[in-house]
Design a protein around this ligand. Structure first.
Ligand code: XIL
Length: 371
C-alpha cells in the first residue's frame, strides 16, 4: 500500500475513534481540525493515464510548506502564475532577475514535476521601461530575442513547454483584432514567428505553445486564432501546440464544442493543452453550482483524455484561495477543485473519476518532468 494511503487510513481510524469517544461520552461534539491536506489519487492517476495534471502556482504562496504539500499531493505539473512574466524577470532593461522563478523550477526538479513556462511575450505584466520606452523595430526585436534567449536558455531541459505568445487577440468595439501589445506596436505581426524561432533555437527540446483565451469553442476568437496558428504552421514556424486557457462559466462553450475545438487544432498537427482551467462562480457558491461545476470539470477532463494530441490539463489555482484579480473584483471565486481549507469539492471527485476511466490510448508526450 502506498505510504500516503497508509497515512490517510491511519488518520481515518483516528478520526473515527474521536467520533466514537465523542458519542460515548455524550459530550459536546469535538471540533475536528480540518486535515491540512486531502487524500488525493491525482498524482498516481495522472502518471498511470500518461497525462500531466497541473496547477498554476501562486509564487507568493509557494514559500508556505502547506501550500507546497498541496501541490505535491495533487499535481504532476506546475505553471508559475507570475514568476516568469517580464515584470519579474527583466525589471530593468538587460538586467535579468531570476529570484522568483529559480526556486519554483528547483522545486519541480526536486519533485519531478513538469514545468510550463508562462509567458515569453504578453500584452500585460510588462515592466514600465518596456511599456513606455520608445524603440525602433530593430531595437524591440533585439530586446525580445535577448530576453527569450536568456530565460529559455537558463531553464533549458527544465521547462518542458513555453507559452511563447499569450492572448494575441481580443475584441474591440465588437470586432476581433490582434491585441495592440508592445510587441505588435514595435515589431509588427512578425514578432510571433520571430519569438517562436528564437525560443526553438534557445532550447530545441522544449515544446512551444501559443496560448489563448476565448478559443475553447466556436466564434470569431476561435476563427482568428485558428487561422493564425494554421498560417504559422504552414509557414514552417516551430509551433508545437495550442493552449486553451479554459477560464469559463457553467454554460458555454458546450462540452461537445470543446471537443470539436481540440480536434480541429489536433488536425493541424498541433498538440493541445488545457492551460488555465477554472470555473469561477458567484460567491458564495450554492451546492447546485458546485455540482454543475464538478460535472463540467469531469467532462472536459474526459474530452482531453480521449484525444491523443491533448497532452495536459492545468487547473488555474491550487485551491480556491488562489483567486486572481479579475475574478476577485467581480466577487467570483470557488473556481478550483479544492475549497479554501483544501478540502476536495465535487470537481475533484469528477476529475478523479474521469482519470480512472481514462481510455488506453497512445498519447503524444507533453514533455518530461523537470530534472
Ligand atoms: C494571472 C495570475 O494568476 C494573477 O496572479 C495575476 O495577477 C494576473 O495574471 N490569463 C493568463 C494568466 O494568461 O497569465 C493570468 O494569470 C490569468 C489570465
Amino acid at each position: 500500500m502506498p505510504r500516503r494511503r497508509r497515512n490517510f487510513l491511519a488518520l481515518g481510524v483516528l478520526f473515527c475513534l474521536a467520533l466514537v469517544v465523542a458519542g460515548c461520552t455524550g459530550g459536546s461534539p469535538i471540533a475536528i481540525p480540518t486535515p491540512s491536506r486531502p487524500p488525493s489519487d491525482l498524482p498516481e492517476l495522472s502518471r498511470s493515464a500518461g497525462i500531466p495534471i497541473g496547477t498554476g502556482v501562486n509564487d507568493a504562496r509557494m514559500v508556505n510548506k502547506n501550500y507546497q504539500q498541496r501541490v505535491l499531493d495533487n499535481f504532476t505539473s506546475i505553471t508559475p502564475a507570475n514568476a516568469f512574466k517580464w515584470e519579474n524577470t527583466e525589471p530593468a532593461q538587460g538586467q535579468f532577475d531570476f529570484g522568483k522563478p529559480d526556486p519554483l523550477v528547483q522545486f519541480a526538479v526536486d519533485h519531478h514535476l513538469r514545468v510550463r513556462g508562462c509567458c515569453l511575450t504578453w500584452r500585460t505584466q510588462n515592466p514600465a521601461w518596456l511599456e513606455s520606452g520608445t524603440f525602433t523595430k530593430a531595437q524591440a526585436t533585439a530586446i525580445m530575442r535577448d530576453h527569450i534567449r536568456a530565460v529559455v536558455g537558463r531553464y533549458k531541459g527544465k521547462v518542458a513547454q513555453w507559452e511563447v505568445v499569450n492572448e494575441i487577440f481580443h475584441t474591440v468595439n465588437g470586432q476581433l483584432a490582434p491585441f495592440n501589445s508592445v510587441w505588435l506596436k514595435t515589431i509588427g505581426p512578425g514578432y510571433v514567428a520571430d519569438a517562436f524561432r528564437t525560443a526553438r533555437a534557445a532550447d530545441p527540446n522544449a515544446l512551444l505553445f501559443a496560448n489563448e483565451f476565448g478559443n475553447d469553442g466556436p466564434g470569431p476568437h476561435f476563427n482568428a486564432f485558428y487561422n493564425k496558428v494554421r498560417a504559422l504552421k504552414l509557414a514552417g514556424v516551430p509551433i508545437d501546440g495550442v493552449g486553451l486557457q479554459m477560464h469559463r462559466g457553467l454554460q458555454t462553450p458546450t462540452v461537445a464544442q470543446v471537443e470539436e475545438t481540440i480536434r480541429k487544432y489536433a488536425a493541424l498537427g498541433l498538440r493541445v493543452e488545457i492551460t488555465e482551467f477554472d470555473i469561477p462562480l458567484p460567491l458564495p457558491p450554492d451546492q447546485q453550482a458546485l455540482e454543475q461545476q464538478g460535472v463540467l470539470f469531469g467532462q472536459i477532463t474526459s474530452v482531453c483524455l480521449r484525444i491523443a494530441a491533448c497532452t495536459g490539463i492545468t487547473f488555474w489555482g491550487v485551491d480556491d484561495n488562489d483567486r486572481y484579480p479579475a475574478i476577485r473584483t467581480s466577487n467570483r471565486g470557488a473556481m478550483t477543485m479544492f475549497d479554501e481549507m483544501g478540502n476536495p469539492k465535487p470537481a475533484y471527485f469528477a476529475v478523479v473519476n474521469a482519470l480512472r476511466a481514462a481510455p488506453a490510448i497512445k498519447r503524444l508526450s507533453g514533455g518530461p518532468p523537470a530534472g
